[in-house]
Design a protein around this ligand. Structure first.
Ligand code: GDP
Length: 459
């Protein structure tokens, strides 16, 4: 990868649509745009950050490819901090490919996945947490996830980590001065002061680490399964939670044979729901396969939604499912609440103490709101939504913070044991390195490659 060249890519999804964009970044962006773009009714150089109407022509034969809007953006006020050009064409697969070919022919190179954002990071416009937030933003499934991704994109997490890192770096510099000039008195560097500063940094790391469980839920979602014997209304409940008719609902038992996976928005939590074939004993080969898959999904699930039919009393087939629910985060939906009640909730309460039992009618979409509230409580362990604006949500960040915390813990031990300052400063150096990995200051090329390869080409 060479930052000196000019990269280009189709930055919109390939397909038929209103507008498709070819983007260029690098020192030749302007020159390439000038070669292929013929402005309508105007002469002279394009002004920066202005849209111009015109046509794109093939450089080899001047044949018109499309009528477009083009913009040239002078650095540094661009996405990558390099010269950037964008061509907004009609979104047809061939149109965009021909425009891309034209810019490649004029000297640009096809961008690698995430290379525009990587350049923004390498050129110091954003830190690594902000670059990662771009992926989170694109993949957000609920408004809350989007809000958190935007806070990270704005640099809140990065700033917090950098502040802790700077405080520790100052401390390290003082300590190293003390090591280099042991005969001199370094102000503010008594053993007690070192200890106090290390503790303060450790507390900040701890409070960030505590936000991970919640942050992860909003970023990655929660894997949930809907289980229950046939015909209790699992598919209907799934549809109700999705508020869309996606699963096929039929009154013939055992017809939801495969596992359907959908993402429902449960009060901001992306709930990845798997509607399953149920767990009943069966001889049918297809159904056996369905049951096997159900067990696999159950093993991976963070949450179990057990559906029972409230219009019938609990039977042996229901009770078969009980062991699958016990010991998991779960809620019970007592369905068909529109019909006369036969099931006694007390029976269930005795079997699953502490598990919320919610009466719903999937068919009439009633009680779903209560069920969503119960799901949210169970998933968040009854905690109220934290008001904290910085939520840790990325495993990479969590692991690096833990590494930093370990370094600090060792430094604190060394300082408590009155070990020589060299020991403390080595541990402190490791903590600093781990914090630098989060924002991208000390991150290895391997890790950067891994992060940016998750992007699509054109981002
Ligand atoms: P599954 O086999 O558990 O997925 O159950 P389905 O969702 O396919 O529903 C089985 C049958 O029960 C269908 O005829 C549904 O219309 C019906 N059903 C589902 N939910 C309700 C409900 O809340 N009330 C009533 N009266 N019928 C329901």
């Amino acid at each position: 990868m060479n930052a000196g060249d000019t990269i280009a890519a189709i930055s919109t999804p390939l397909g038929v649509g209103g507008i498709g964009i070819v983007r260029l970044s690098g020192p030749q962006a302007r020159e390439i745009l000038d070669r292929i773009f013929r402005r309508r009714g105007g002469e002279g150089p394009l002004r920066s950050h202005r849209f111009y109407l015109g046509e794109v022509l093939r450089p080899q034969d001047q044949r018109v490819i499309d009528e477009v809007l083009a913009v040239f953006m002078e650095k540094p006020k661009t996405y990558t901090r390099e010269e950037v050009a964008e061509i907004q064409a009609h979104s047809g697969v061939l149109v965009l490919q021909e425009i891309l070919e034209a810019v490649l022919r004029c000297g640009a190179r096809l961008a690698e996945p995430g290379e525009f954002t990587r350049r923004a990071f390498l050129n110091g416009r954003i830190d690594l947490t902000q670059a990662e937030a771009v992926i989170d933003l694109i993949q957000s499934k609920t408004r809350r996830s989007l809000e958190l991704a935007n806070l990270q994109r704005q640099g809140r997490l990065g700033r917090e980590v950098k502040e802790i890192r700077e405080e520790l770096a100052d401390l390290l510099a003082l300590m190293e001065a003390g090591i280099d000039f042991p005969e001199e008195e370094i102000p503010g560097l008594s053993g007690g002061e070192i200890h106090r500063r290390l503790r303060a940094a450790q507390e900040k790391l701890d409070s960030l680490l505590r936000t991970y469980d919640e942050g992860k839920i909003y970023r990655q979602g929660v894997a949930a399964v809907i289980i229950g014997r046939p015909n209790v209304g699992k598919s209907s409940l799934l549809n109700s939670l999705l508020r869309e008719d996606r699963a096929i609902v039929t009154p013939i038992p055992g017809t939801t044979r495969d596992v359907i996976e959908e993402v429902a928005n449960v009060r901001g939590i992306p709930l990845k729901i798997m509607d399953t074939a149920g767990l009943r004993h069966t001889q049918d080969a297809v159904e056996i396969e369905g049951v096997r898959r159900t067990r696999d999904r159950l093993a991976q699930a963070d949450l179990v939604i057990w559906v029972v039919d409230g219009s019938e009393s609990l039977n042996a087939e229901d009770l078969d499912i009980l062991p699958e629910v016990r010991g998991k985060k779960s809620v019970v939906a007592i369905n068909k609440n529109d019909l006369p009640r036969r099931l006694n909730p007390q029976d269930l309460a005795g079997l699953l103490p502490g598990v919320p039992l919610i009466a719903v009618s999937a068919l009439h979409h009633s009680g779903i709101d209560l069920l969503e509230g119960a799901i949210r409580e169970v998933v968040l362990n009854g905690q109220e939504d934290s008001s904290s604006e910085v939520l840790l949500s990325n495993l990479r960040h969590k692991q690096a913070l833990e590494k930093a915390r370990e370094g600090l813990a060792r430094a604190l031990e060394a300082s408590a044991a009155n070990l020589s300052p060299e020991f403390i400063s080595t541990d402190l150096g490791q903590a600093l390195h781990a914090l630098g990995e989060i924002v991208g200051e000390t991150t290895s090329e391997d890790i950067l490659d891994r992060i940016f390869s998750q992007f699509c080409i054109g981002k």
